[in-house]
Design a protein around this ligand. Structure first.
Ligand SMILES: [Zn+2]
Length: 128
């Protein structure tokens, strides 16, 4: 899943107008509304691990955190069901939220260590 350049440009504006929001709602429906809300609520997090300097994107859901491979994959149930199995769509709202957060620079940064990373990955990789 990747957004057209025109949409990236639109999302990078300092503030989104009502027309922008309507445009994205028309195109992405409820997914956009949920994605924008997740961004506004600070639920998109980039973990920066040292000393490897690797980064991992996470979306905080209600009960757990989802691992996001930007534009490719998310560990949530709807990604598995709607993208992988039924192929109804090419993204879940977490993937869209990560794109919006990255483009707008509206995400949290969590510093951590590579030792901690191993433990976190056990939880993040769960797909149930
Ligand atoms: Zn997801």
């Amino acid at each position: 899943m990747s957004l057209p350049q025109s949409e990236v440009k639109r999302l990078s504006k300092e503030s989104l107008t009502q027309a922008d929001i309507e445009y994205f709602k028309d195109k992405y429906g409820k997914k956009f509304v949920k994605a924008l809300r997740a961004v506004e609520e600070g639920r998109i997090i980039r973990y920066d691990f040292s000393p490897s300097e690797s980064a991992t994107w996470i979306a905080k859901g209600r009960s757990r955190q989802y691992l996001i491979i930007p534009e490719i994959y998310c560990t949530c149930r709807s990604f598995y069901q709607e993208v992988v199995i039924s192929r109804e769509t090419n993204m879940c709202y977490h993937l869209l939220a990560q794109r919006i957060a990255k483009i707008r620079g509206e995400f949290k940064v969590q510093k951590s260590t590579d030792a901690e990373r191993r433990k976190l990955y056990v939880e993040w990789r769960r797909t149930d």
